[in-house]
Ligand binder design. Structure first.
Ligand code: IPE
Ligand code: IPE
Ligand code: MG
Length: 240
C-alpha cells in the first residue's frame, strides 16, 4: 500500500517532450522523411491518452523550433500542411477528451492559413479542463527570454516597474509559459541528449530522460515506461 501511495504522489504534473527522430525513423524504413512526420502524429494521440490516463495535467510538445525554419522549404511546407490537416482532423476528439490546447512561440512568421488554424485550435478547446497540451511551434527558448527581457526593460523605462522589483517570478510571468508550471520531466526521443533551445529557463530542475526509441515508435507503453523512470528519480533541489 505504501508503495502505491508513493507512486501516486510521483506523477509529474507537467511532462514536456522533444519529439525527435521522425526523419531517421523514415529513412530506416526506406521512406521519405515526411512519412516519419505523418507517423509521428499517431504518437501524439497515444501520448495524450497515456498522459490523461496517468493524471498528467500539462503535456508540452516541441513541434517546430525556430531553427527548423532552416530546413529545406519542401520539408517546412510539408510540416505546416501536416499541422493544418491535423488541426482539422483532431480538434473534435480533443474537445471530447477535455484537452485544452495552448501555443507557445512566435506567431508572426506563419502564413495567414497556419495562423488561422492556430487560433481555431486554441479557441475551440478553451473549455478543456482535464489536460492542457502545450504546443511549442516556432519556439526558441533564447528568443522567449530575449522578448521577456525587452518587455521588462520597456516597463522599467516607462516607470511601470522598479528595476529592483525584478525577480524570478516576474521573469517567469513574462515568458510564453506564464501560467504554466515548470516541467517536472523532459523526455527527448531518438537518443539525442540535448535541449535544442527548448524551455531553458523552465527546465532548471526538470528530470531528463533520453530513450533511444524514435518518436513514431513512442506509444502509450513507452509513455508509461517513462513515468516509471520518473518515479525512480530522487528530486533533491540542491538539498539533502
Ligand atoms: C523531429 O524529427 C521533428 C521535427 C523537428 C519537426 P526530425 O525531423 O528532427 O527527425 P530526425 O532527427 O532528422 O531523425
Ligand atoms: C528539435 O529537434 C526540435 C523539435 C523536435 C521540434 P531537431 O532535430 O530540430 O534538433 P537538432 O537539430 O537535432 O538539435
Ligand atoms: Mg531531429
Amino acid at each position: 500500500m505504501q508503495v502505491i501511495m508513493d507512486n501516486c504522489q510521483k506523477i509529474p504534473v507537467h511532462v514536456a517532450i522533444i519529439m525527435d527522430g521522425n526523419g531517421r525513423w523514415a529513412k530506416l524504413r526506406g521512406k521519405e522523411r515526411f512519412e516519419g512526420h505523418i507517423a509521428g502524429v499517431d504518437s501524439i494521440r497515444e501520448c495524450l491518452k497515456a498522459a490523461n490516463r496517468n493524471g498528467v495535467k500539462y503535456l508540452t510538445l516541441y513541434a517546430f523550433s525556430t531553427e527548423n525554419w532552416g530546413r529545406p522549404a519542401e520539408e517546412v511546407d510539408a510540416l505546416m500542411e501536416l499541422f493544418c490537416r491535423s488541426v482539422i482532423a483532431e480538434t473534435p476528439d480533443l474537445v471530447k477528451e477535455g484537452i485544452r490546447v495552448r501555443l507557445i512561440g512566435r506567431r508572426d512568421r506563419f502564413s495567414e492559413k497556419v495562423r488561422q488554424h492556430l487560433t481555431t485550435i486554441e479557441e475551440s478547446t478553451t473549455a478543456g479542463d482535464k489536460l492542457t497540451m502545450v504546443l511549442a511551434f516556432d519556439y526558441s527558448s533564447r528568443d522567449e527570454i530575449t522578448m521577456a527581457t525587452r518587455t521588462l526593460a520597456q516597463k522599467a523605462a516607462a516607470g511601470e516597474i522598479d528595476v529592483r522589483d525584478i525577480n524570478e517570478e516576474m521573469i517567469s510571468r513574462s515568458l510564453y509559459t506564464a501560467e504554466i508550471p515548470d516541467p517536472d520531466f523532459i523526455i527527448r526521443t531518438s537518443g539525442e541528449c540535448r535541449l535544442s533551445n527548448f524551455l531553458l529557463w523552465q527546465a532548471s530542475y526538470a528530470e531528463m530522460y533520453f530513450p533511444e526509441v524514435m518518436w513514431p515508435d513512442f506509444k502509450q507503453n513507452e509513455f508509461d515506461e517513462a513515468i516509471k523512470v520518473y518515479q525512480q528519480r530522487d528530486r533533491r533541489y540542491g538539498k539533502l
